[in-house]
Design a protein. Structure first.
Length: 124
């Protein structure tokens, strides 16, 4: 939407200039206009600049949001990569879990690893 506004404003340029010339003609004829009408003259004359400033402001805001989103995604990717490294290390240690007396502890470790794998699959 914002990208179409400059073209639309340019298309209205002639009408804006014509309106301003009408106001100038009434002013030259010393036609008494209510204050609201005079305010409208300046509003019509200056609104393209106001719209341009608003477009610039919104584009800047969007660039900031885009930058923050990309940075957030990069941080999530780094965290996910670290989680995968930790998971690989935990899986690599499974071969050392051979003592029958530690079966309950080992089973809990395997459950934790399985849960971590499921969570990683959901993130991916």
């Amino acid at each position: 939407f914002l990208s179409t506004l400059p073209v639309r404003i340019d298309q209205l340029g002639e009408r804006i200039a014509k309106s301003d010339s009408f106001f100038a003609l009434m002013e030259a004829a010393r036609w008494q206009l209510p204050n609201d009408a005079m305010d409208l003259r300046w509003e019509v004359f200056h609104w393209p600049a106001k719209i341009g400033a608003e477009i610039t402001k919104q584009e800047k805001n969007m660039r900031v949001l885009e930058f923050n989103f990309k940075r957030s995604m990069e941080e999530e990717q780094q965290e996910f990569g670290q989680d995968l490294i930790n998971l690989q290390q935990d899986v690599g240690k499974l071969k050392d879990l051979t003592k029958l007396g530690e079966a309950a502890k080992n089973a809990e470790t395997v459950r934790r690893i399985r849960l971590t794998i499921q969570q990683s699959e959901e993130k991916a």
